[in-house]
Structure formats: structure tokens, C-alpha cells
Design a protein around this ligand. Sequence first.
Ligand SMILES: Cc1ncc(COP(=O)(O)O)c(C=O)c1O
Length: 402
Amino acid sequence: MENIQNKEIRADIPLLNEIIYLDAASTTPTPEPVINAMVDYFRNFNANTGRGAYKTAVKSTVAFDNARGKIANFINCVSNEVIFTKNTTEAINIVANGIEFKKGDSIIVPNIEHHSNFLPWLNLKKHGINLKIIKANKYGVIDSSDVEKALDDTTKLITTTHVSNSIGSCQPIYEIGDIAEANDALYMVDAAQSAGHMKLDVKETKADFVAVPGHKGLLGPVGTGFLYCKSDIAEQLKPINLGGGTVSDVSEDDFKLEPVPARFEGGTQNIAGIIGLGSAVDYIERIGIENIEKHSMKLTKYMYEGINNMDNTICYGDPENIHGIVAFNIDGMNSHDVAKILDELKNICVRSGYHCAIPAIKHVGADALGGTVRASVHYYNTKEEIDILIETVNEVSRFAGA
Ligand SMILES: Cc1ncc(COP(=O)(O)O)c(C=O)c1O
């Protein structure tokens, strides 16, 4: 089958004719084939999964399970290692609240994480769990040797993001995976900004847990995500959302859990969304993950250089180590004002502010300007769009400097 080209994906997302969408790091617009897969479910076999014996319910269950299989195949694991969630945050909370930590255990976490990979761990402090916080360098990159130095007998888990949402920096997850394995620590990767943007083989990461959104790089619908959880570890994890679908037997005194992953998927799932996500994975495979990675890297570098070359702008990452995201500011201008002006002038959609990563923004010293302006790309973006961004930022920065 032919690869999908940049032009074709643009035709599949009509919204891109109206705006310059540079906010993939928040969420991505949904391509038509993904919408169509969901419409097909709603129109033709809208029934609950894993419950009814009638044909329509069986069809819905099969489509849902097929989506799980496609995702597992895509990230190189087996189906029952994929636990569906509504987003990345829920996936991380399943782990943070499902591990039986004991008082005195410690967790290693960098200081530049998204709040979703920081607060669930910080919250454990009240149960006597210690956080060992690793400091990133000025470009938002952590050094794996710092992780090694922080390890001791109390270390239960190491967690890191793969690509930082606030700076775009790519972390040495493979080196950290080796360190975790050699030291018998659990390892969690927050792949919110890498899945669908670059190859993600969960076995290669050596992670026990990988949290993934469906609605960002994978081009799936909002309200979808999943947790990869290594099968032997999943058996030790306590489900936090008990109810329908999670048990195989119940008495007045006790209950018996369903096998993994059903025990973690309490209640009716986002069936249409997950079927859409399965179709999104097909779509990504038809583009080719290597093509996405190459295209995004090219645009990222081009965008970084174009913006960083202006007299009164600052870009925050290391251009050699950022992926898909350029965070910047114009001297003396609040990041929200810049974002609003870009939208008003040229319908450019970028995010501004703290990006749910207050410690990271403080770390790079951007809090004085209300955070950063963040432009983030995917395969549907073009060089022409980046040219318009650069020209418009230049115009605003000259005005600000005048
Ligand atoms: C690195 C990172 N982790 C976690 C999240 C939370 O993702 P979600 O909104 O899917 O819960 C985000 C969202 O932007 C993110 O960028």
C-alpha cells in the first residue's frame, strides 16, 4: 500500500484550510477516516462491549478488541498489556495509585515533568513516599548519570517523560531503562509527546509502564489513551476503578478480579473513541512513523532557527535535541499576548503559558513572561506554514522592540 502523503492528510483534515494549526502537543485534529470509523460504530453497531450475547454487541466487542490488537502490535507488546484510559493522566494515575508502595520507598522524577507525571507522585508524599527530584540542564535535558546517582535501596520507581511538552527536549529513556533494569527499579515513561511522532517500541524502552494519549501524536480522538503495562507487573498492580467488567465472581464478602486488562477497565469504555484510535493507528502506519519523524524534525529545526535568529527572541531547547516542539518568547512580551496576536493576524494556533508544567517553566526562567509560546507540529504541517509563523513572529518582535 502507498504511503499517505502530506497533501493527502491535509485533505483528510479540512480544518487545516482555515487555520495554521501548530498545537499538536495539546491535541491533534482528527482525520476523516478516523471520524468515519467512529460514525460507522454509532450508525451500525452501537452496543456495549464484553456484555451482550446478541450479534450487534459481539460486533462491537470484536471491533474494540481489534483496536487493542492493532495498538499492541504498533508498540510491540501483546494485547493484554494495553489498558485503555481516557488520556495520559489517567494512565499515570493507574500506576501511581496501583503500586503497593510502603513508607520509606522513593521515586526518582525529573524537575521538568508535565503536572500529570508529577502530581500523582508528589501526592504519595503524604503516605511517607519520598521523591528524589533530578534537575535537568538548562535545555531541559536530564543526564542519565544523575538518575544513577539518585538510586539507592529505597528506590521503587523511576519515571521520566520521553519528550518534554514544555521545552521539546528528548530524554535518554533507553539509557534510563537500562539503569532501572540493572537496579531492579520499576520504570515508567510518559510518552505523551513521542507516541505517533517517533518509533515507540515499548520492549526497547525496558519500561514497565508507558502512558500514551490517543488524541495527540497518534491522531486518535479526544477522550482516548492507554497504559502499556508489562504483563507480570500488571498482576501486582491494584485496580483503582472497580465495578462492572472488572470481576469474574462476587460474594457478599469478597470478589475475584478479571484477568488483566479487564480488571483495570471498570465501566463502559469509550468504545467509539477506541475504535477510532484503532483506525488512527492504521492511518499512522499508512503514513509511516519514520516519515512522520523525519518531516517533524525538519520542520522543528527550521522553526527553531527562524525564530531564534531574531534579535529579541529566545528559544528554550537545544536545537539538536528537541522534537516537534519549539518553545520561545519575545523580549518583554507576555506569552499569551504573543499567542493572541499570532491568532488575530494569521489564524496561527499556538499554545502559551505554563503548559501544565510550572516547575519546568520556572526551571528555564520563563515565568516572568507568563510562561512560553509553544509551537508544535505533526505530519500535516508544511514548510509554508512555518514560514508564515516565522514572518509573523518577526513582525511582532520588531513591533515589540520598536
Ligand atoms: C508530557 C505530557 N504528559 C502528560 C500529559 C497529559 O496528557 P493528557 O491530556 O492526555 O492526560 C501531557 C499533555 O499535554 C503531556 O504533554
